[in-house]
Write a protein that binds this ligand. Structure first.
Ligand code: FES
Ligand code: FES
Length: 189
């Protein structure tokens, strides 16, 4: 864990003070306090203010999933979330996905082994989304294809149909989908 850090972007300081708010986010385990333009979205804060360029801006409209990160362990489209609304939240980006002392998260190793990317543009979002999928299924959250007769709250087994459905919000222009599904299958506990 690092020490608290302060900072802000040139774009933010150009905004009137009443349009800015001090916001503290815990990003990949490190508290970061910034004076943020109230209109700034999380994706821009991560990429432009904190230099975490793993999450990508694909559509900027919540349609492609390239910007996916985890907020308090749940996957979100960071292009759609105002950063000031996340004050106090824990943010995990692809740069922080691996645990302490690990070079790569098991999903990253599986993506590499399965050749689950070509250009790699969608990959940080796919990885964060897949990490969210594993947690959601373990917590018993159903998807559109989960059998409604399953007892609620019990872990949902992740078969191929479940993985495809749950990752359907993450587009891959290179069409690496079959290998992405195989990579996620590899890390199912
Ligand atoms: S850039 Fe956020 S969903 Fe496409
Ligand atoms: S690997 Fe190129 S967009 Fe997915």
């Amino acid at each position: 864990m690092g020490s608290q850090q302060h900072g802000g972007s040139g774009q933010d300081t150009a905004a009137s003070p009443r349009h800015r708010s001090d916001t503290t986010l815990r990003v990949n385990g490190t508290p970061r306090t910034l004076t943020v333009d109230n209109r700034r979205v999380l994706l821009d804060l991560l990429r432009e203010d904190l230099g975490l360029i793993g999450a990508k801006k694909g559509c900027d409209h919540g349609q492609c999933g390239a910007c996916t990160v985890l907020v308090d362990g749940r996957r979100v489209n960071s292009c759609l979330l105002l950063a000031v609304a996340l004050d106090g939240c824990e943010i995990t980006t692809v740069e922080g996905l691996a645990g302490d002392g690990e070079e790569l998260h098991p999903l990253q190793r599986a993506f590499r082994k399965r050749d689950a990317f070509q250009c790699g543009y969608c990959t940080p979002g796919q990885l964060c989304s897949a990490a969210g999928v594993l947690a959601e299924a373990a917590a018993g959250h159903p998807s559109h294809v989960t059998d409604p007769a399953r007892p609620s709250g019990e872990p949902v087994p992740l078969d191929r149909e479940e993985i495809r459905e749950r990752l359907s919000g993450n587009l891959c222009r290179c069409g690496a989908y079959p290998h992405i599904v195989e990579a996620v299958e590899d890390v199912i506990p």
